[in-house]
Design a binder for this molecule. Sequence first.
Ligand code: ATP
Ligand code: MG
Length: 183
Amino acid sequence: MRFSKLRLNGFKSFVDQTDLVIGDGLTGVVGPNGCGKSNLLEALRWVMGENRPTAMRGGGMEDVIFAGAATRGARNYAEVALTIDNEDRLAPSGFNDSVMLEVVRRITRDAGSNYKINGKDVRARDVQMLFADASTGAHSPALVRQGQISELINAKPRARRRVLEEAAGISGLYQRRHEAELR
Ligand code: ATP
Ligand code: MG
């Protein structure tokens, strides 16, 4: 499973549709302060099901929608689409019929978020589980925010264990057990 494309529309500073191709190997994003580099990483986190506004440097989830600028009005929705190359057929079971997976999340003002996988409506949980079982996702240890290293060093053992569980790829199982216990 490899991320191959990211499309943003109305997400934070990306007011016009922006298509980014993620090639093989290492990809670097460079640009002046405030040009949107961190917003890109947040878009990736968000499309994988991030639901904590603080993780998106916002006060509420709708803060990811383009808020307007001197010359442009605010947008009414934000959308991020992530294309995943599943040529190796390593996606979790249930998603392995396709060589390409497109995960789309859209948020509309006053109407919340909705998700699609390959054009079909799915729940937030389905998207979160897809990525959790693939050992990635909004909470993936591969996404490192500024200041996160020192947070980890100062974290309580339980919080540190969660990071290790994400890295080991068992957080999907952990979430299912939690839901089973609630029933
Ligand atoms: P640095 O090099 O300083 O880390 P960066 O390239 O990571 O900068 P970002 O933090 O991604 O920059 O982008 C910040 C910009 O995004 C700011 O100009 C901010 O006004 C803009 N921005 C954030 N949220 C929104 C929004 N909802 N609507 C419009 N613009 C937004
Ligand atoms: Mg930044």
